[in-house]
Design a protein around this ligand. Structure first.
Ligand SMILES: [Zn+2]
Length: 154
């Protein structure tokens, strides 16, 4: 998660201030430090142990910002080794719980919408869940649904 946040920070700083601005240099150094830390973890625990840990549902939420003034509150969670910004949306007539997940650093997939309908079923619009739903009328939960259920957000 720290690697993804550091990568996003550097990309934003380079985009807004240029590659040689002192803020970009700061975030470039932060990203390198995060990479070195990750390499130390991999050396200490082994790649297979780290990959197994990353495949587990999230147990923690990293909240950035306090939501006051112009500062937004952002909740980051780790799903399958990828960092997602999790945003709770207002319930609708059909859904009691509705979420939007956006990858960090941002990718062009537009993110995913998922939630629990009033009939108790959980839905996601990721390719994995849609494929399963096309094959079965009772699709198993995708990694996004498993993650939000583990956090008791659905
Ligand atoms: Zn999904």
């Amino acid at each position: 998660m720290i690697l993804d946040v550091a990568t996003a920070d550097l990309a934003m700083a380079e985009d807004r201030l240029g590659s040689f601005h002192e803020t970009a240099w700061f975030f470039r150094n932060a990203l390198e430090e995060a990479r070195r830390s990750w390499d130390r973890l991999r050396a200490e625990f082994g790649s297979s142990t780290l990959e197994a840990g990353l495949a587990e549902p999230p147990v923690a939420v990293l909240t950035l910002g306090n939501g006051s003034g112009r500062e937004r509150r952002v909740n980051l969670i780790l799903i399958g080794g990828k960092t997602y910004q999790a945003e709770r949306l207002a319930p609708t007539e059909l859904a009691t719980s509705l979420w939007r997940l956006v990858r960090l650093p941002v990718v062009d997939d537009g993110g995913y919408y998922l939630g629990r309908l009033r009939d108790g079923s959980a839905h996601c619009d990721c390719a994995d869940w849609i494929y399963q739903a096309a094959e079965s009328n009772r699709p198993t939960a995708c990694k996004h649904l498993v993650a939000l259920e583990a956090l008791e957000w659905l």
